[in-house]
Design a protein around this ligand. Structure first.
Ligand SMILES: [Zn+2]
Ligand SMILES: [Zn+2]
Length: 254
């Protein structure tokens, strides 16, 4: 029986011992048919080192599983692979950035980009902005909703309130659809929401469109476009941090 067959038969998963070096572990790999210990970022590396059998230890690849993004295509009626990304690390590389864990992004055609963790965050931000722009394009492509005379395209049918011209003067209280974030169970809030937003326009906005934003205590304010932009940016950053916190919830104490 060859060393490779022995190793495959007797150790289907590499034996992991923690190493003090850079989060790398020493695992068993088969190199040129021989079992050798190699440094591997075993916390995320999903390569099968006891099966691949490269010629040289430097050729042992360390990669995580891919995360993919697909694009639908009505011409082919298929979801097509647009890009994918995974973690990589070459512990024997002469390049410091390649020697550290990094992100490799490849497009559907196989062109690769190599990103440090910070560059990964920058790229994620660019993708978020790209996603927002795609939503804008989709909104434009759908075409403007036909607006009722005297109303905005975003008015909810039947939701706008027309005042009595004799009593309050001639005005219409325009109301758009509401969007809200529900409060988690057992959290005390005024109306069961963390945040609530709605397009509106009335006498207090001078007839212009604004977004009414209110918090969990129901206290709110009216925001113009320029005032809403920083709120959108802060909420996006907050969501990022929530996702990072979610990842940390998986981590055990050292
Ligand atoms: Zn590995
Ligand atoms: Zn209206």
């Amino acid at each position: 029986m060859s060393n490779l067959a022995m190793a495959t038969a007797s150790s289907p998963t590499p034996t992991v011992q923690r190493s003090p070096h850079l989060g790398l572990s020493i695992v068993t790999a088969i190199v040129n048919g021989v079992q050798v210990p190699v440094a591997c970022p075993a916390a995320w590396c999903t390569e099968k080192h006891t099966i691949e059998n490269p010629r040289h230890a430097e050729d042992v690849d360390h990669n995580s599983d891919n995360v993919d993004v697909y694009t639908p295509n009505f011409r082919t009626d298929r979801d097509e692979l647009f890009a994918y990304a995974h973690l990589g690390q070459d512990p024997y590389s002469v390049d410091e950035k390649t020697r550290a864990a990094h992100i490799r992004v490849e497009d559907g055609g196989g062109e690769a980009s190599y990103l440090t963790p910070d560059q990964g965050n920058t790229f994620a931000k660019n993708l978020d902005a790209f996603g927002s722009e795609i939503r804008v394009l989709a909104h434009i492509a759908r075409g403007a909703e036909p607006a009722a005379p005297g109303h905005f395209p975003w008015c909810q049918p039947g939701m706008c309130i027309t005042g009595d011209p004799d009593e309050q003067g001639d005005y219409v209280d325009h109301r758009g659809a509401q969007s809200s974030v529900s409060a988690p169970q057992f959290m005390q809030t005024a109306e069961g929401t963390l945040l609530r937003a709605r397009l509106c326009s009335d006498a207090s906005t001078g007839g212009g469109a604004t977004v009414s934003l209110s918090g969990s205590d129901s206290n709110g304010t009216l925001l113009t476009g320029d005032e809403l932009d920083p709120v959108i940016d802060e909420l996006a950053a907050f969501l990022d941090q929530l996702r990072v916190m979610r990842l940390h919830l998986k981590a055990a104490k050292a």
